[in-house]
Write a protein that binds this ligand. Sequence first.
Ligand code: GLN
Length: 449
Amino acid sequence: PADGQGTGVHAFLHVNTEEALAVAAEVDAIRAAGGTAAQDLHPLAGVPIAVKDLIVTIGQPTTAASKMLEGWMSPYDATVVEKIRAAKLPILGKTNLDEFAMGSSTEHSAFGDTRNPWDLDRTPGGSGGGSAAAVAAYMAPLALGTDTGGSIRQPGAVTGTVGAKPTYGAVSRYGVIAMASSLDQVGPVTRTVSDAAALQELISGHDPKDSTSLPEPMDGLLEAARNGELAGLRIGIIAELEGEGFQEGVLARFQESVQVLKDAGAEVSEVSCPHLGYALGAYYLIMPSEVSSNLAKFDGVRFGNRVVPEGGGTIEQVMGATRAAGFGDEVKRRIILGTYALSAGYYDAYYGSAQKVRTLIQRDFAAAFEQVDVLISPTSPVTAFPLGEKLDDPVAMYNNDIATIPANLAGIPGISVPAGLSEGLPVGIQFLAPARGDATMYRAAAALE
Ligand code: GLN
C-alpha cells in the first residue's frame, strides 16, 4: 500500500515515495539514454532501499523512534546515506526500531510496534525490526540496519531475512546516532547473501569523519558470496552456543544446516569459547556505560525537543523535564545502569571488570580462529515470540542476544542466514569470521542458499 505499512506490519516511520520515484526515474532515463553514463551506473542503481531511522538523512525526519527527536530533520546525510545516494538507490523511507536501538523486539519504539510479517501477533525482533520486516514483507528489497548487540542479525533470524554486521570499522558510523560507540556498526538487511555482500561493499570504505574507520577498503565480498566454495573450509561449531536455552526446533534446523555445510565439503569440528557465558553480563555493563555518555547530549539545550516545566524553571529543571518526557523506560533504565556502573567507587568493580571480560572473549575468538576459518551457531535462541511476552521482563528480553553479542564485543563480523522453519516460523544460522575476514564469512554463508 501507498502508506508503506503493508497489512498492519508498520515497518516504516516515514515513507518518501516521491523522492524514491524521482531517483528511479532518473536511473531509468540514464539507462534509456545508454552510453558511458549507463555503463557507469552502480549495479544496485535503481534498487529501492529502506533506512533504519537511527541513520540521519537530509529531507526525511530522523527520530531514533524517540519522542526526544520527534520531527527532527537532520541538516546532513550520514556517510552511508551519501554512498547510497551517489549510487542512485531510491530511499523509500525510514524504518521503525526500538527507541535509540535499545531492545530485541521493536516494542520499545515511541511510535508503535512493528509486527512480524510471518505472524502479525509476533515481534520481528529488534532493534531493527522495521528494516527486517520491510524486507521480509517484500516492501523493500534492501535495507540498512545497525548492530550493537545483534540488532541486524536477530531480526534477520526471526523474519527469515539475511542480516550482516561487518567488521568493526569497515563501515562509517558518521551520521549514525550513537548507542554504544565501541560496539555500533551499520550493515545490510537483504533477502540473499549476495545482495548483502553487494550492499556492504557499497557502504564500506575508509571515512576520515569516523576516527574508528579502517584505513583499507573492503572489496571482493560479492565475489566471495558468488564463489560459495566450501571444499577445505574449516568451520567450527561454538560448543557454548548449542545447548541450554535454545529451542529444540532451532537446534534441529541448526544441525541440518551443519549437515548441508559438511555435504558441501566443509571440515566441521566443535570449538570451545569458554568465556562466552560472560558476554551478556559484560555487554550489559559496557553498553549502558557508553549509552549514558552518548545520550547525555539530549538535554533540550544541545539536542532534543525541549520541555519547559509549567511556570518555567532553572536550566537543570528544564533538562530534567526534557529527559523525563523525551526518553522511554528502557532508555532510562540503561542510562541509570550506565551512570551507576561508571560512578566513582564502582567503576573498577563493574566497568573495569567488564572490559577485562571483553578481552577474554576477544582472546577466545583469536584462539578459535587459529583452529578454524569460520564459526557457526544459531543466531537467536528462540523463534519470533508473541508481542508483549518479554516486555515486562528485561532479562528475558536481553537473553535473545546471547549468540550475537560476542561478535560486537570482539569487533568481528557476523551474518545471519535463513535456515528453514520451526513450527512455521523462521530460524537463522549465524556465521562469524575473524576481523577483516568478511569475505570468508560471505563465502561460507552463501553455501546455505
Ligand atoms: N538487543 C540488544 C540491546 O537491546 C542489541 C541492540 C542493538 O544491537 N542495537 O542492546
